[in-house]
Design a protein. Structure first.
Length: 319
């Protein structure tokens, strides 16, 4: 069994997906590509990040690709990781960050063919990256229970022993605090690498993002829950929506818009303040592993290896 297949099976097991893993390869779930789609990956698109019209994607095919999103063409292919590229991020001054199932993080300069900095391996895959609001620190979450903090100026690396078990998502808040969720059923808030508060969670979380004035968390039970970073206990829960009978596996937010995807391939566009549904999309890409918002568009990264573009306001595909 190859490393990529072992990783995919472990990922599915961790997210409760093995019973629906057929959605990754079902040919009937894949529709014809359109002109505005980004085509270049040879495996599921597991990571997406955006900076203006530029798009940075990562895939199970071991590659990251920098795209000219306006013209829908690949501008640069980044090769470093052994296995899935599970997280990507844009850095200040036109740089990039990639992270993978190999437990390593790589930092790249614009148009570089080799990374200028790499970290030692985590004991587990790195599954999420988040850049601090001041652009000085890159945080990386790993299934080994730790968060790695990289000072982008000095390249000094520090570690937070964040969760008992896997860290399944991280996100910086506008005030500079770092939120993390883990398989120990905790939502933790960190200020300068020190625990600020912890909130108990009712189910296994699969990701977190800053949304409006709260923190949106997706769960393996198919629920989306919104938490206040200023409250504790039961009072921290601001709202919840049961969107699917299957696990939710990725989310993204910008301003008052929130997008969430399930392993079934369904995507919901919601209001980040009250979780009201604005539009629902069935992209026809199998499982949707990654999402991003750029301008007035939503990008979906699917099991078919395509990155598809949708009108954020209407949910209609871009032609």
């Amino acid at each position: 069994m190859t490393m990529s297949l072992r990783y995919a099976m472990r990922l599915c097991a961790a997210l409760g997906l093995l019973s629906v893993s057929h959605t990754l390869t079902d040919p009937d779930s894949v529709t014809e590509a359109k002109a505005s789609d980004l085509r270049g990956h040879g495996g599921p698109v597991s990571a997406l990040s955006v900076d203006g019209d530029a798009v940075l994607s990562g895939s199970f095919d071991t590659r990251a690709i920098v795209w000219d999103g306006e013209n829908s063409v690949a501008r640069l292919v980044l090769r470093f990781h052994d296995g899935n590229v599970s997280a990507t991020a844009f850095l200040p001054e036109s740089g990039y960050a990639t992270a993978g199932q190999d437990g390593r993080i790589a930092l790249w300069r614009e148009d570089a063919r080799e990374p200028f900095f790499t970290t030692a391996e985590h004991q587990g895959p790195v599954v999420s990256l988040s850049l601090s609001p001041d652009g000085q620190t890159l945080a990386a979450a790993s299934w080994d229970g730790r968060i790695q903090l990289i000072d982008l100026e000095t390249r000094a690396v520090s570690l937070i022993d964040a969760h008992q078990g896997m860290v399944t998502g991280i996100a910086y808040l506008p005030d500079g605090r770092l939120a993390s969720v883990g398989s120990d059923l905790r939502l933790a808030l960190w200020r300068d690498a020190v625990l600020d508060r912890a909130i108990g969670l009712p189910e296994s979380p699969n990701g977190v993002t800053s949304a409006g004035e709260g923190l949106a968390v997706i769960f393996a039970d198919g629920a989306l829950r919104l938490f206040s970073p200023e409250r504790s206990g039961e009072a921290a829960l601001l709202g919840e929506r049961l969107l699917s009978e299957r696990p939710l596996i990725t989310l993204t937010a910008r301003d008052d818009s929130l997008a969430v995807a399930a392993v079934t391939g369904e995507v919901w566009l919601l209001d980040a303040t009250d979780l009201a549904t604005r539009n629902a999309i069935l992209p026809g890409q199998g499982a949707i592993w990654s999402l991003a918002v750029t301008g007035s568009d939503l990008l979906t990264g699917g099991a078919d290896g395509l990155i598809r573009r949708w009108d954020l306001a209407t949910g209609e595909p871009r032609g």
